[in-house]
Design a protein around this ligand. Structure first.
Ligand code: ATP
Ligand code: MG
Length: 260
């Protein structure tokens, strides 16, 4: 099937990478073949999946610049859990692509063309986007079937959302007519706080029918896990963060079954 999901929000620190890592791991845990793609020069998805980003010979940058084939930078089974998970890693080299890609032929479609040859091997491809609406994000959204938007339940959460929606519409119009919104995920959710409830209500008004009913609570375990290079379902499978992402995985698969 090879359904491609871009996890995007140009706002920083809202849980894009945490969601990419843990959704990918939960889908793999449920027996799906998953490829996780790091499109952020920060390389947090790469390190969060236990890969030392600073010692990589090749990364997605080298594949995007045409220096290598995609298989040469792919890391298969980075986790020792027998999961069907592969990673296209990134590190700060990718920051160069942002400048260099502009001069390439058809710069918006570089990632799409790269993934074409491997897409069929996976059930799901999850792309972690950087916190901006730059060429790397445009490539991700041009490649994706849908966008998953994590939103942190705090005061400025809605700021920039209309910008994200209008960029998504623009990419849909220019490069990717099929692009859809997969869903909006409320992160760092605390149902005891008025603010969380207000933000959740606003987001539901903004995206009717698109908000996942699974929410991700604030959880220390979720923030510790990347330091150990593990998705939370392995770092602490009994934690509320693990339960929340397993619930998201289930809901995501249910939505995808309905769609197909
Ligand atoms: P960036 O925009 O820099 O790429 P991001 O949107 O990818 O950030 P994350 O890196 O996933 O966001 O999360 C930002 C910080 O918040 C990280 O330190 C992460 O460990 C922590 N974090 C994410 N989700 C949660 C959560 N539900 N509970 C507690 N901490 C969290
Ligand atoms: Mg990130």
């Amino acid at each position: 099937m090879g359904r491609i999901i871009a996890v995007a929000n140009q706002k920083g620190g809202v849980g894009k990478t945490t969601t990419s890592i843990n959704l990918a791991a939960c889908l793999a845990e449920k027996g799906k073949k998953v490829l996780a793609v790091d499109m952020d020069p920060q390389g947090n998805l790469t390190s969060g999946l236990g890969i030392d980003k600073n010692t990589l010979e090749y990364t997605i940058y080298h594949a995007m610049s045409g220096e290598i084939n995609i298989g040469e930078c792919m890391i298969v089974h980075p986790l020792e859990h027998g999961l069907d998970l592969s990673v296209l890693p990134a590190n700060r080299d990718l920051a160069g692509a942002e400048v260099e890609l502009v001069d390439a032929e058809d710069p918006q479609h570089i990632l799409k063309n790269l993934l074409k040859s491997v897409k069929k091997k996976y059930d799901f491809i999850i792309i972690d986007c950087p916190p901006s609406l730059n060429m790397l994000t445009i490539n991700s959204m041009t490649t994706a079937d849908s966008v998953l938007v994590p939103i942190q339940c705090e005061y400025y959460a809605l700021e920039g959302l209309s910008q994200l929606v209008s960029s998504t519409k623009q990419i849909k119009r220019l490069y990717n007519p099929e692009l859809d919104i997969e869903g909006v995920l409320l992160t760092m959710y605390d149902g005891r706080l008025n603010l969380t409830c207000q933000v959740a209500a606003e987001v539901k008004k903004f995206f009717p029918k698109k908000v996942f009913s699974s929410v991700i609570p604030r959880s220390v375990r979720l923030s510790e896990a990347p330091g150990f290079g593990q998705p939370v379902i392995y770092y602490d499978k009994r934690s509320k963060g693990a339960a929340a992402y397993m619930s998201l995985g289930k809901e995501f698969l249910k939505n995808n079954r309905k769609r197909s």
